[in-house]
Design a protein around this ligand. Sequence first.
Ligand code: NIG
Ligand code: FE
Length: 416
Amino acid sequence: MGMLITDIAELVTNDPTHPDSLDALGRATGADAMHAGLGVIRDAAVVVGSDAEGEPTTIQWVGRAADAPQADWAVSVEGSAVIPGFVDSHSHLWFAGDRSAEFAARMAGQAYDGGGIATTIEATRAARPADVAELVRRRLAEMRAQGTTTVEVKTGYGLDVATEAEAARRLREVTDEVTFLGAHVVPPEYRDGEAGSREGYLDLVCGEMLREVTPHVRWVDVFCEPNSPYSFTGEESRRVLEAGRDAGMGLRLHGNQLGEGPGAQLAVEFGAAAVDHCTYLSDADVEALAGSWADGADGTVAGLLPGVEFSTKHPYIDARRLIDAGAKVALASDCNPGTCYSSSMPFMIAMAVREMGMTPAEALQAATVGGALSLRREDVGAVRVGMRADLARIDGPSWLHIPYRMGVPVVRALEV
Ligand code: NIG
Ligand code: FE
C-alpha cells in the first residue's frame, strides 16, 4: 500500500459522515462547535496511493493514526493540521504587464470601471507566449506554496484569435480547468470602429475564436456588466452563453460586480455552474441563486471574490444573506492584474471571516468544497477515499490558524 501521512493533529476531511469525525461522534459541540460540519478527525492519518510511475494520486484510507494500516513508507507532519488543498475556481493568470499604478490611483479614490483591462491586453499581445507561459508557471507555483491545489484559469487578455487560442492551448498544459473569456471586454480596435463594431467583435467571439479555443477549454465565461461601457449587456451575454453551450462548454459568468444587473439571474436561467463577483445582488437574485439548488439540481454557485472588494474599495459582500437563503458559495482569488493581484486563498478566507459574516468553517468550506462545486468536480475539495490526494499542511496545530494568523504564510500544499 502507498504512503502513510501521519501525526496529523487535526485533519479537516469535509466529510462529516466519517465515523471518526467530531461530527459523527457527536463531539462538534461546546468548545469544539467551531469545527461542526468539517469532518474533523483528531490525531489522524491518511494513506495515499501511487500510480504506475510512483506519483501519489488518490486517497486510499482516512482515519485515526492509531488505526492506520501498514504502508510502504510513512511521513510525519509532526502535529500539523492538514486540510484539503484549496480549489481556486476563478483566476486570470494569463497576462503580462503591470498595473500597480492603477491600484495606487484607486486607493487614492479613483473608481474602477474596467477601462484598465486594455492596458493588459496591449502588454499581453506584445509579449512572447513562451514568456507569458513562464509567468503563469510562477503564479501557479505561488498558489501551490499557499495551499492551492486546483486552479481554474481564464483566457481573456488576448481578445484576438491567435492570442486567445495560444493562451488556451498552453493553459491546458498546466491546469485541468481552462475557461475561454473572449467576452471579457470589447477590445479597443472594435470600440473605435477601426476593425468593426461591438456586434462584429461578438461575431468573432462566437465564431472563429470559439472554434479555435474549443479543443483546449472546458468552460466559457462572459463579463456581463451593463454598468461598464467596456463589458457586455445581458442580451450580448446571452449570445456568448448560447454559443459556448452549443460548442459543448460548461458556463460561467462574471456578474453583478459594479452594480445590480442581469448576470445572476441569467446564470441561473442558463444552468451555469457559477456566477462570480455577486457584489450587488437584489433579493430576487439571491432567491434565484438559492432556488437553483431545489430538488437536488446542479445549481449555480455564487463565487465570492473579496480581494476585488479590497482592491476596488467596493463594499464587502454579506455572505450570510446568501448562505441563510440557501445559496451555495465559493471563495476564489480572481487573481488578475486589475482588480485583485493576490493569489492567496488564506487571505480570502481571512477577509470572509472578518468582513463578510462567514464563520471560519464556512469560509474554509467555501475555499475547498465550494470551489469544487463551482467547477462541478467531485474528486477534489475533500479528503475521502478515492479522491485526489490534494492536501495542504498548516504550520500550526489547527486549521483555525488560517484566519487567526492572517497574512502569515502558514499554509502550503503538502508535497507527498
Ligand atoms: O474579474 N471583471 C472583470 N474582469 C476582471 C478584472 C480584469 C482587470 O481589471 O484586468 C475581474 O475582476
Ligand atoms: Fe474575474
